[in-house]
Each structure stands twice: as C-alpha cells, then as structure tokens.
Design a binder for this molecule. Sequence first.
Ligand SMILES: N[C@@H](CCC(=O)N[C@@H](CS)C(=O)NCC(=O)O)C(=O)O
Length: 87
Amino acid sequence: MPPLSAHSLYQSPYCPFCVKVRSALQAMQLEIEMVDTVRDPEARQALINGGGRSMVPCLRIDHEDGSVEWMYESDDIIDYFRDNFAQ
Ligand SMILES: N[C@@H](CCC(=O)N[C@@H](CS)C(=O)NCC(=O)O)C(=O)O
C-alpha cells in the first residue's frame, strides 16, 4: 500500500460527488493533495491522458513500482480510504 502522500484527488469545487468525497476525507481526518481540474487545465488534460476520462472525482494512486492507478467512482474512493487509512 503506497503512503498517503502518494495519493491525489482530481476534483472540482461544485461537483456533488467531489463534495461527498472531500467530506468523507475530512471526517476520516485524512489530508491528501487536491487537484482542481476546473482551475488547472493542464491537470484536467493529465487526467484525460492518464485515466482516459475527464470525469471527477478521480483518485490518482502512485504505486511504489512506478505504475499509476486512476480510480473514478466516488464510492470506491471513499471505501478505499476507509479500508486502508481510516483510524
Ligand atoms: N459515478 C460518478 C459520477 C461522477 C460525475 O458524474 N462527475 C461529473 C461532475 S458532478 C463529471 O465529472 N462530469 C463531466 C465528465 O464526465 O467529464 C461518481 O460517483 O464518482
């Protein structure tokens, strides 16, 4: 399991699914890097290039072997943090 610092959440300010994930992270007291795909067009393009879709929220996981995983579903993202990082 990569450390928390190897995760970043691609998201946008008003997307309700992003709000849900940010709230869950806050409730779990987990701080991860936030990437705003509305304010940062290059990040949006990186999301499309890497994950294949512009949809947010998407969790980027940088694995220790150098591979990158893109997780798109808000419920999957919340479950992932709950299962692996929540106290
Ligand atoms: N099933 C997805 C839905 C996410 C979703 O619909 N995101 C919208 C914003 S609220 C979106 O990114 N739409 C633009 C796109 O698909 O490129 C989830 O729960 O994460």
